[in-house]
Design a protein around this ligand. Structure first.
Ligand SMILES: *Cc1c(COP(=O)(O)O)cnc(C)c1O
Length: 381
């Protein structure tokens, strides 16, 4: 058989055909009015997705670059911060902050456990000198969505800022940056933004920008002030990834034409279908607060989780993701993020059923697909 490649991972995600082909045009120079028009249209489109009135800066880096920019642009040496660490990416906030010499109170959560706004309020009370709280909208390693709205309410009453890694969640699950009082929001191009890896996006509230003005941590490429100064001149401080920005314009056209509300609903339907599918064959979710971005599923007892992922990817070319760090071999993750359709869920579940039966798991063949199909059919417009 021809082995067709199915990208079902939570980043990079599939890219629409007309967005792919947009990168095949001759490169235009970035210091031209022609490029500036495209660039400004992209930053306006990003503001729509961020749901903010503030500037959104475009960095040529992976998402982690914008996380680093969020840290080194706002803090001062030795300042106290709280990081919420419920998985690999929450943990990364702690690593970055420590690299810059911050004094980190790392709240370590079980993967998949929620964290309430009341718990955050208690943390702040116990650590009154906290300058910033670093949280994650959608923790991609565990498939968990956190209560950013609640965190925003708590932090709005304090002097500390709320910094959110929205790299996999923004654009797929609600998180209005201004409405929920997120002070610094970070996003990445290869998740819900429907383009290849290589760009990262970053916004600051006026409260956060005050800190940027005063921040003395060392920085150069990731200095937010440089991006603001250049955005006023309709450009970026350094050579931007021209082709990716042109692709982002095309992808934002799609995102705007569908509309954010419909996009959230789309992800909700794909999430429901995936959850119904895996539950129908007796599998359990890792997260107690699962998001509609990806579904993290526990590998059932008696099944080799590494072999499961290897079979899905190597034999069926269904590129779901495995577990990371302590959950390697213990979970697998099916994404339903960005440019994915209902039948991508069916593909993932079919490959999962074929793999599980090959590995000797006892279940009723076809029931995962059937359950997902019922949800898709019910919601299809
Ligand atoms: C993918 C991801 C990142 C890392 O982004 P890179 O683009 O690999 O640097 C960070 N946080 C979350 C939540 C992610 O999903």
């Amino acid at each position: 058989m021809i082995k067709k490649y199915y990208l079902l991972s939570p980043g990079p995600t599939p890219v629409p055909e007309n967005v792919l082909s947009a990168a095949a045009n001759p490169i235009i120079h970035h210091r031209t009015p022609e490029f500036s028009d495209i660039f400004m249209e992209v930053t306006e489109g990003l503001k729509y997705v961020f749901e903010t009135e503030q500037d959104v800066f475009v960095l040529t880096s992976s998402g982690t670059g914008a996380m680093e920019a969020a840290v080194c642009s706002t803090l001062n040496p030795g300042e106290k911060v709280i990081t919420l660490s419920g998985g690999k990416f929450g943990e990364r906030w702690g690593q970055i902050c420590r690299s810059y010499g911050a004094e980190v109170r790392e709240v370590i959560l079980e993967w998949g456990e929620p964290f309430s706004k009341d718990q955050l309020a208690e943390e702040l009370k116990a650590n009154p000198e906290t300058k910033a709280v670093f949280a994650t909208l959608s923790e991609t390693s565990s498939g968990t969505v956190y209560d950013i709205q609640g965190f925003g309410e708590v932090l709005a009453k304090s002097d500390a800022i709320l910094v959110v890694d929205g790299i996999s969640g923004l654009g797929a699950t609600p998180c209005p940056v201004d409405g929920w009082k997120v002070d610094v929001m970070v996003a990445g191009s290869q998740k819900s933004f429907m383009i290849p890896p290589g760009l990262a996006y970053l916004s600051f509230s006026p409260k956060a920008w005050d800190l940027v003005e005063k921040s003395t941590l060392p920085k150069f490429y990731f200095d937010a002030k440089k991006y603001k100064k250049n955005l006023e001149k309709r450009t970026t401080p350094y050579t931007p990834a021209v082709s990716l920005i042109i692709q982002q314009k095309k992808a934002l056209d799609i995102i705007k034409s569908v509309g954010l509300e419909k996009l959230f609903e789309h992800h909700r339907i794909l999430g429901d279908a995936t959850r119904a599918g895996v539950k129908a064959i007796g599998l359990e979710l890792l997260s107690k607060s699962p998001g509609n971005i990806l579904t993290a599923v526990k590998v059932p007892a008696g099944i080799d989780g590494l072999k499961l992922v290897k079979t899905m990817q190597g034999k069926y070319m269904a590129y779901i993701a495995g577990g990371q760090d302590p959950y390697k071999g213990k979970i697998f993750r099916i994404a339903h993020l960005g440019y994915m359709g209902g039948f991508d869920i069916i593909t993932a579940l079919t490959a999962l059923e074929m793999t599980l039966s090959e590995l000797g798991f006892d279940f009723e063949r076809g029931s995962a697909v059937g359950a997902a199909e019922a949800i898709l059919k019910e919601n299809w417009e």
